[in-house]
Ligand binder design. Structure first.
Ligand SMILES: *[C@@H]1O[C@H](CO)[C@@H](O)[C@H](O)[C@H]1NC(C)=O
Ligand SMILES: *[C@@H]1O[C@H](CO)[C@@H](O)[C@H](O)[C@H]1NC(C)=O
Length: 442
């Protein structure tokens, strides 16, 4: 009944705009047999010969890209679909009806193709259908739908955040068990992309690149589906500023720590702080990317490699400081052991000397006074021993501690060189496989 009331209102509008009854919408409705409740038009597919397929044209416009969720792999957009098809029973000659070339009637009065979107995961109520459909003299029916569409979209995040995503929006009939409906579009993909770009209200961090249209059958020519392949490009600046540049900065800082003096403990604690800062950034990254990714995204490789390199350099710093500590402690030990050796020798010599000294005067023919002679000899001996001890001590203490220190220095400089080379190679590689493609395409 509400439909009839609407019709009456429509007809009144028609009456007020024209004088003769033939020029009203009512005359046209009567001609189309729509004034009586003609339910048959709403029940069956409007073809005069049953074998004829209905060609449904679906034009989809993208009005907004609201969200692309990498974690749940969904793409939320605002779309506007215009569906056209021919109703063979609703035709008129517009010159017979004062040139009326468009009639709007309630949607419930007519058969509407049961189109749905395969990837659709949005909840009920997200579809806003126009309550009316438009008729034109050739029998063409036009139905408009606006929809907040949340669709599944398999994303490839390897190049994140310099990535491009392709999301399919597939229209098909829910009951397309036979070849009763074929799908197509009125405008081609270039025109639809242009219109979409013009009416696009919000894009967020994404940019619409192109919409490709593919029409194909489900299985061996049975059933038909229309695929809109939406290509989106991410605007990566936020991620560059928030993640990539800070990580690079930490890497450079870590390289710079090699110029901090080894003597203080600051170097190690500074490096550990850098490592902690990197792990904070890794936590942020974990919140952004899905954990079910087969191929590790480039940004994860970037983070993990930087983390590993800084970790390695911390280990190296520990080794170097250990060697330097070793230098300090074992240099002293070596010296003391050398001293002990010399002392023992000295004492042994001391014990020997008296005997020797007693024997020598007997054999010698020097006519010297024995006690004075012994004192003098002892003095000389002391001197020689002292000199020898000094010389030996210097020799031994110089070899060992210097050895460790030099080893530490060699390890440090070799590691620094390797580290620098590794960083350069790594950054070059990352640039070529990750960023260059994006930079070239822009
Ligand atoms: C309307 O119905 C009458 C018979 O009830 C029929 O003769 C006529 O062809 C119909 N008009 C249209 C446009 O189908
Ligand atoms: C999207 O549609 C294309 C056909 O145009 C197909 O090759 C591709 O596999 C589809 N992508 C997904 C994720 O289904």
């Amino acid at each position: 009944m509400s439909a009839l009331r609407t019709l009456a209102v429509l007809a009144l509008i028609g009456v007020s705009s024209s004088q003769t009854s033939d020029c009203s919408y009512i005359g046209l409705l009567e001609h189309l047999n729509l004034t009586t409740t003609n339910d048959l038009l709403a029940i069956v597919r409007p073809v005069k010969y049953w074998n004829k397929t209905t060609f449904v044209q679906i034009d989809m416009l993208l009005c907004g890209i609201l969200q692309v969720d990498e974690k749940s792999q969904t793409f939320t957009s605002h779309i506007w679909t215009r569906m056209h098809w021919i109703n063979e029973f609703l035709t008129w000659n517009s010159s017979d009806f004062c040139g009326i070339n468009m009639l709007t009637i309630p949607r419930s009065m007519l058969w509407i193709p049961d189109m749905h979107i395969q990837e659709d995961t949005s909840d009920a109520g997200s579809i806003q259908e126009s309550p009316f459909v438009s008729l034109s003299p050739s029998g063409m029916v036009l139905a408009n739908t606006r929809q907040l569409l949340t669709s599944t979209c398999q994303m490839n995040l390897t190049l994140f955040p310099f990535d491009m995503q392709h999301c399919n929006i597939t229209f098909s009939s829910m009951n397309s068990q036979a070849n009763t409906i074929t799908l197509g579009t009125v405008y081609n993909d270039t025109v639809l992309t242009q219109i979409s770009e013009q009416i696009m209200v919000t894009q967020g961090e994404w940019q619409l690149i192109h919409m490709d249209i593919v029409s194909m059958s489900f299985y061996k020519g049975v059933g038909n589906k229309l695929i809109y392949r939406v290509t989106l490009c991410r605007k990566p600046m936020l991620y560059v500023i928030n993640l990539i540049v800070p990580l690079l900065y930490f890497l450079v800082l870590d390289l710079a720590t090699f110029f901090i003096s080894e003597a203080r403990g600051e170097k190690l604690s500074f490096k550990v702080t850098v490592l902690l800062s990197i792990s904070v950034l890794l936590l942020i990254l974990k919140d952004m990317l899905p954990s079910t990714e087969d191929r590790l995204p480039m940004i994860a490789r970037y983070c993990v490699t930087i983390f590993a390199m800084v970790g390695l350099s911390i280990l190296e710093t520990m080794l170097v400081s250990f060697l330097i500590d070793l230098n300090g402690c074992c240099g002293n030990k070596a010296q003391s052991s050398v001293n002990a050796q010399v002392d023992i020798q000295l004492e042994a010599d001391n014990h020997k000397e008296p005997g020797g000294a007693e024997e020598t005067p007997e054999k010698s023919s020097f006519p010297l006074d024995q006690p004075d002679d012994r004192d003098l000899l002892k003095l000389i001996l002391e001197e020689v021993k002292a000199a020898r001890q000094e010389a030996e001590g210097q020799d031994k203490t110089k070899i060992k501690p210097g050895h460790y220190r030099r080893l530490a220095q060699i390890i440090d400089s070799v590691f620094f060189t390797l580290y620098l080379v590794a960083v350069a190679v790594f950054l070059r590689h990352m640039y070529s496989v990750w960023v260059s493609q994006y930079i070239n395409s822009n």
